[in-house]
Design a protein around this ligand. Structure first.
Ligand code: FE2
Length: 386
């Protein structure tokens, strides 16, 4: 057995922990920027609680950048980074779903180095610039799925280039994750399912890809067990705090697993979808692709797919992993096709090309190394929804 493990993120996990923000943040300074979305953290009171915790603990100035959209863009990261420099912000708080957390982390990095957000994203040839500084970031998730609060990834979209790429650098880790499962109670059923499926895909893809890291696999295995048991409960009973607690925990475990073992082709094929169709949520795109891609992948790692099937409560046979996924997606209301998500058939070729242009570094770690023809066929299947 061999593995490497490095995780420079302090994790504070517990119901009500949002109120600790001010006390945690004071060690980083007095001028704070909160990065959040336009609506939900205002409606559910999380933003107000965050601000008052900061003020109670001596923050002098609290700025709010509330322009983060789903599938966040490089442009908003650049704009917020300018604000950080102009207002001499000491540290940044990301409060919200994956978009807000990914943006906050990227703002911490971009505001501390030269250039713009797109200079730091990972093309297959590598990023254009290498960062050498960052700024403290505290991540507070209000959804359970992204795992962004505990890893180094920021997924950003560039609407002009129609590209979705990832910043992945050790300076992009948040300094602290405050995971308060209570904050996820305000998600509706659909958002609960979409974000929960993202966590499941992180666990599935990190468990089954060709990289080896025994410790990360333990995390993925536990995440799968918990998601199988608790995501349907969270979807059925959105007020179940117990289900929310386990989903926040599972999402964190899976978020660490992908930090160590990366993802695979389901994510690689999803990013072009939401880059070209920004109305598609990441988790919806994943749900539409999961069955077709897993049906292709399981032969490449039969042992792990059999384990996945078993963890999902099925006979431990590799092909049963596909059945397990189909049934589970059905159960949480996400057995959907790319067509239903508004993807146009004529665009499948362009999407295929983008997977090759932008995500081919994942090909060699996918359970089966795909050709572009394979990818096109998988898009066709996912388009039809079988
Ligand atoms: Fe994801």
């Amino acid at each position: 057995m061999n593995f490497e493990f490095y995780l420079p993120v302090e994790v504070l996990f517990g119901v009500g922990y949002l109120d600790w923000l001010g006390e945690v943040g004071r060690r980083f300074g007095y001028r704070v920027l909160i990065v959040t979305g336009r609506k939900s953290t205002k409606e559910n009171g999380a933003l107000e609680r965050a601000i008052s915790s900061l003020k109670r603990n001596g923050a002098e100035e609290v700025f709010v950048f509330d322009e983060i959209e789903p599938n966040p863009t490089d442009k908003s990261v650049n704009r917020a980074s300018e604000l950080v420099v102009r207002e001499r912000i000491d540290y940044i708080v990301g409060l919200g779903g994956g978009s807000s957390l990914d943006s906050a982390k990227a703002i911490g990095l971009v505001s501390s180095n030269e250039g713009y957000a797109w200079d730091y994203v990972n093309y297959p040839e590598g990023p254009r610039l290498i960062p050498f500084l960052n700024r403290p970031v505290i991540c507070i998730p209000t959804t359970a799925g992204t795992g962004s609060e505990v890893n180094r990834y920021s997924v950003l979209s560039n609407p002009i280039r129609k590209e979705k790429l990832v910043i992945s650098h050790s300076l992009n880790y948040p300094r602290v994750a405050i995971i308060d499962p209570q904050l996820t109670l305000s998600m509706d059923r659909r958002l609960t399912a979409i974000t929960g499926v993202d966590a499941l895909m992180h666990a599935l893809e990190s468990l089954t890809n060709r990289l080896s890291n025994a410790f990360a696999e333990e995390l993925a295995i536990r995440a799968i067990q918990l998601i199988r048991e608790w995501l349907p409960v969270a979807v059925e009973e959105p007020n179940s705090l117990q289900a929310r607690i386990y989903m926040s925990y599972a999402s964190m475990l899976a978020g660490i697993a992908i930090d160590k073992k990366r993802v695979a082709l389901i994510h690689g094929m999803e990013h072009p979808v939401s880059a070209h169709y920004p109305q598609v949520a990441h988790g919806e795109g994943l749900a539409a692709l999961a069955v077709a891609v897993s049906d292709y992948n399981y032969r490449g790692n039969p042992q792990k797919y059999a384990l996945f099937a078993e963890l999902m409560g099925y006979e431990p046979k590799p092909h049963m992993a596909v059945k397990a996924l189909e049934d589970f997606l059905e159960k949480v209301g996400l057995r959907i096709s790319l067509r239903e998500l508004g993807v146009e058939r004529d665009n499948l070729e362009k999407l295929t090309e983008d997977v090759y242009m932008l995500s081919r570094s994942l090909f060699s770690i996918n359970p089966v190394e795909p050709t572009t023809e394979d990818i096109y066929k998988l898009y066709e299947r996912a388009y039809e929804g079988y």
